[in-house]
Design a protein around this ligand. Structure first.
Ligand code: TGC
Ligand code: FAD
Length: 387
């Protein structure tokens, strides 16, 4: 039996029946609903909002949360496979699900009161309430401890001032999880669309993640009730704890993007006849394709083991950093090589590699840049903090 070039080590055989079923369901959604439209969405700079009800119907929003909050109690490997199959379609679709699930529903579940959980989570799982996560600020996202956005107590309310930048879903969102400095350290606030003084402005002219909404958020003396403060966390570990969840999913996503690129490079290369033979019969091209398969295999093994560690309650943030760094780098390199194998045809969005390569420029930057993750791993192995 020939091996599957997209799964050389038969990772699929390591999955449970439930994990395979989740993967198949999301793969079908990507094939039937995302791939036919996503090239046009990217060209038009449009997030396909019409897919949100179907994404929710499939149970992909907050899928790991308990059922009473609208989730399905899926394990971490299932969540990873969801990210992988969605990002095989486009990083923007996976981003939407990452932000909603890991960056918005997770903090409400982990740090919110029972009242906040019941008020927000079921609607978010149903895709009726969309969230965004505001941590990054215009003066520099890598160092969130130095945030300027602040909240000051005023009777039973808080007064929020500041700005956030590069916020996925910003203009779509009904609710923003906003991290702000207070007299007691960094705290999270649920800022609702329509609150006086809260505005969102979409970022245009993007060459990356074009099928995703990215925005700046502004807070001009926004009055936020105490009931909208997340009561159960203080300090940078609040937002960083959410990032660990999202970064975990992001280690899987780029595997899907890389698989899409390898698949397209193989198909195109087998059909492209130059010097009287398919270009895939040249050693130089085979080396590239073999290297892609090698790097995808390593990334699959990393993410699967990370998922098993997470499900066992043993995953460490440094392990997430290593996999986020490795898998984003793997995918962006593969997307660029695949683009090259397609020659001139590779520069159009008729084929997926250029779209994935451009998207991955964001994925390798957000949720901690490649350098940030390298320095996290460096800190672990040397014991010296280089930040
Ligand atoms: P440091 O002193 O290391 O830590 C402060 C406190 O946080 C705890 N901690 C973590 N907790 C959970 N998960 C993690 N990954 C954690 N890392 C640290 C830590 O134990 C400590 O707790 P405590 O109790 O002692 O106070 O903090 P530092 O200031 O040295 O930070 C280091 C650094 C650079 C790693 C951190 O600031 C960082 O990760 N910077 C990058 C910021 C970032 O990733 N921003 C992402 C914004 S959101 C986004 O991009 C969404 S894109 C979404 C999409 O579209 O998919
Ligand atoms: P900076 O922090 O200014 O970094 C600039 C450069 O300096 C980078 O190369 C970095 O690696 C390097 N650098 C920084 N510190 C060091 C150091 N100590 N040593 C060596 N080099 C260093 N943020 C949110 O909060 N919510 C979102 O939903 C969100 N969505 C995003 C969507 C998109 C499409 C993009 C592009 C970004 C998004 N972000 C979001 C922001 C993202 O997290 C930040 O862009 C990222 O954390 C980097 O911050 P920065 O862009 O300010 O770059």
């Amino acid at each position: 039996m020939p091996l599957n070039p997209l799964d050389l080590y038969d990772i699929r055989s390591l999955l449970t029946e439930e994990e395979c079923a989740v993967q198949d369901t999301v793969a079908r959604f990507t094939d039937e609903r995302v791939l036919p439209i996503i090239g046009d969405c990217f060209d038009q700079g449009r997030f396909p909002k019409e897919l949100v009800p179907e994404i929710a119907e499939l149970g992909l929003l907050g899928s790991s949360l308990p059922e009473q909050y609208g989730g399905h109690g899926l394990n971490a490997v299932c969540y990873g496979l969801i990210c992988q199959e969605l990002e095989r379609g486009d990083s923007g679709i996976r981003s939407f699900v990452s932000v909603q699930s890991s960056l918005c529903m997770y903090p409400i579940y982990a740090y919110g009161s029972e009242e906040q959980r019941m008020r927000w989570l079921p609607g978010m799982a149903a895709g009726k309430t969309i969230g965004c996560f505001g941590l990054t600020e215009p003066h520099g996202g890598s160092d969130p401890a130095n945030m300027k956005t602040n909240a000051k107590r005023d009777g039973d309310d808080w007064i929020l001032n500041g700005a956030k930048m590069w916020i996925t879903n910003g203009n779509l969102a009904d609710i923003a999880i906003v991290w702000a400095m207070t007299d007691e350290g960094i705290q999270g606030f649920l800022v609702e669309k329509g609150m006086k003084g809260f505005t969102a402005q979409e970022v245009h002219k993007k060459m990356s993640l074009r099928a995703s909404v990215t925005s700046a958020l502004f807070f001009d003396a926004v009055r936020v009730p105490e009931a909208n403060r997340l009561p159960n966390v203080k300090g940078l570990k609040g937002p960083l704890g959410c990032l660990t969840q999202a970064r975990y999913g992001i280690t899987w996503g780029p595997i899907g993007a890389a698989q899409a690129c390898l698949s397209e490079a193989l198909k195109y290369g087998n059909e492209r006849i130059l010097f009287n033979r398919p270009i895939t019969s040249n050693q130089a091209v085979q080396l590239k394709l073999a290297d892609m398969a090698r790097r995808i295999t390593m990334a699959q093994l990393l993410s699967l083991q990370l998922g098993r560690l997470k499900d066992a309650g043993k995953m460490q943030p440094t392990q997430v950093s290593l996999a986020k760094w490795n898998n984003c780098r793997m995918a962006i390199d593969i997307a660029r090589e695949a683009r090259d194998i397609l020659g001139g045809a590779g520069i159009t969005t008729e084929h997926c590699p250029i779209r994935h390569a451009l998207n991955l420029e964001s994925v390798i930057t957000y949720e901690g840049t490649e350098t940030v993750h390298q320095l996290v791993v460096g800190r672990e192995v040397t014991g010296i903090n280089a930040f």
